[in-house]
Design a binder for this molecule. Structure first.
Ligand SMILES: [Zn+2]
Length: 237
């Protein structure tokens, strides 16, 4: 391999590395992981919202049931009083009966409300169970997507390693000063940093070389490195 062939080989591998880096960054598997994570987050949010709603209903149910218990205690107390010997007048008995009637109606209302709440809570529990299954499936989907991504990355990494090995082989055959010029121009010219002399022009730029400059390059020994006076690329005679 001549020095210039080695320089082109280095450039080829730099181009390949750039393409592989791009491919690695833009793997569709990477987007699949993001999509799976977003879906999983949506499930988490849905669960949190529904659990909060369930908590509010449960608290309300507890409050109502607590009130029912208190009413039952009060009713037992009033019954005892009504059928005991403590009553001194018919008026007092009527008053007790009124209170008992009022408490029983209140108890019925409360029990009706508790039943209604239980009817709301039941589908909520079912939906939470469904969401829990969805969360489990979501976790599995993230794991599967991460595995696919790791495999795809490993495949690209393998190609990157092979490219780097080929570059390593070519590198010692490129003279140090040539390599320095190449590396220094790469930021500006990328994949066409070093180009071949077409016979009359630099093949890297759209401009025509002035005739006198083209004559000068043409007169060089094949394999000599020159600069394009128009664009500044490295031109191999
Ligand atoms: Zn040029």
């Amino acid at each position: 391999m001549t020095a210039m062939d080695a320089l082109f080989a280095v450039q080829d591998e730099d181009i390949i590395r750039g393409q592989l880096d791009y491919r690695r960054t833009h793997l569709s598997e990477r987007q699949d992981v993001v999509t799976a994570e977003v879906e999983r987050d949506e499930t988490t949010t849905a669960i949190a919202g529904l659990e909060l709603e369930r908590l509010e209903h449960s608290r309300r149910q507890n409050r109502l049931e607590g009130e029912v218990v208190a009413i039952e205690a009060r009713l037992a107390e009033l019954d005892k009083k009504l059928y005991g010997s403590a009553i001194t007048s018919a008026r007092e008995a009527t008053s007790l009966q009124d209170e008992i009637g009022h408490l029983r109606r209140r108890q019925d209302d409360l029990e009706g409300s508790v039943l209604e709440l239980m009817e709301v809570l039941e589908p909520m529990e079912q939906e939470l169970a469904r969401l829990a299954d969805q969360a489990t499936a979501g976790d599995a989907a993230i794991h599967a997507a991460q595995t696919s991504l790791a495999e795809a990355e490993a495949a690209v990494d393998g190609e990157l390693y092979e490219s780097a090995s080929r570059r390593e082989l070519a590198l010692p055959q490129v003279p140090a000063d040539v390599l320095t010029r190449y590396e220094g121009s790469r930021a500006s010219f990328g994949s066409s940093t070093v180009v071949r002399f077409s016979g009359s022009d630099c093949s890297g730029c759209p401009y025509s070389m002035p005739a006198v400059e083209a004559d000068r390059v043409r007169s060089l020994t094949a394999g000599t490195l020159a600069d394009c006076s128009e664009c500044g690329r490295l031109v191999v005679r």
